[in-house]
Design a protein. Structure first.
Length: 294
């Protein structure tokens, strides 16, 4: 499926970039939680991937990345982490903020096109089951984190949550945690496959949902990977890994992104599905052809 940048496409691209601008410069699109922030800008990126293909996703993703970098300087809601990283190495900070978002937009465009080329509905449901598996693992780890935590009184008298050693030991157990995650993933794959196929979702709904989920998932994956790769040797990130993950990078990522990533995945999946389906019904974007028979 090739995307032609006609007048309609340019108008849509301008609209999506305007939404990114609004989200980036106002508190509307950013919900700060500690050093990280929950962002809604992944939604315009997903919609761009659906409506404008990989090139459109790349443009909107890069646009988001640039404004994410500007937030390190207080242009828009200030990023506490970004401000620190800029002082450490501004070039690496620019790469860590921009490149993951650009790659996110590019890849979700290819992902949407790849999903829409699937012929059999069973293939669509299998992809949906795969997405359910990834989300299920994230949900499982977050639930485990809360289950193995308890509240204590802080210095100011307010309650703070402290992780139990059992959770840290589980995350540091090597093969055990991977076996558990694989088992959870297989179980949720089957559940997701059955639920999606039973509800008779259209191909467009499935393709849009997968694209929305991947936009959030890849944004988190690329962002955290760039953080560890570019700043992992710096004292600031080392202290974060030690304090949040007891020196374990996997535990650090799980604890650090936590509910942020889950919230982004759910919101991006739901809203992208609704927007993508609406644009398809309005014949503003191309989508997969529905078949009455397999």
């Amino acid at each position: 499926m090739k995307t032609k940048f006609n007048t309609r496409s340019m108008v849509l691209l301008g609209l999506l970039m305007a939404i990114v601008l609004l989200f980036s410069l106002t508190p509307i699109g950013t919900i700060p939680i500690g050093p990280l922030s929950i962002t809604l800008n992944i939604i315009p990126i997903a919609v761009a991937g659906i409506a404008l293909g990989p090139v459109g996703g790349l443009i909107v993703g890069t646009f988001f990345g640039i404004f994410s970098f500007l937030q390190c300087f207080g242009i828009g809601p200030l990023s506490v982490m970004g401000e620190t990283l800029v002082h450490i190495n501004p070039v690496f900070a620019f790469i860590q903020r921009v490149v993951p978002r650009a790659l996110d937009g590019l890849l979700v465009g290819f992902i949407y096109q790849g999903v829409t080329k699937l012929k059999a509905k069973r293939a669509y449901y299998a992809v949906a089951g795969l997405v359910t598996s990834f989300f299920g693992i994230a949900l499982f780890l977050s639930i485990m984190q809360f289950a193995f935590s308890h509240s204590v009184a802080g210095d100011d008298g307010k309650k703070v949550w402290v992780r139990d050693a059992a959770f840290d030991n589980l995350m540091s157990s090597g093969g055990l945690i991977w076996y558990i995650c694989i088992t959870v993933a297989l179980l949720l794959f089957c559940i997701g496959y059955l639920l999606v196929s039973g509800r008779k979702l259209t191909r467009m709904q499935v393709a849009s949902a997968v694209t929305g989920f991947c936009s959030a998932f890849l944004n988190t994956l690329f962002f955290m990977s760039a953080l560890v790769l570019l700043f992992g040797r710096d004292d600031y990130v080392k202290e974060l890994i030690d304090s949040k993950g007891n020196g374990n990078v996997l535990l650090f990522v799980v604890v650090f992104v936590g509910i942020n990533a889950l919230f982004e995945m759910v919101v991006s999946t739901v809203i992208t599905t609704a927007v993508g389906t609406a644009l398809h019904k309005a014949k503003l974007v191309e989508g997969p052809e529905e078949e009455s028979k397999e």
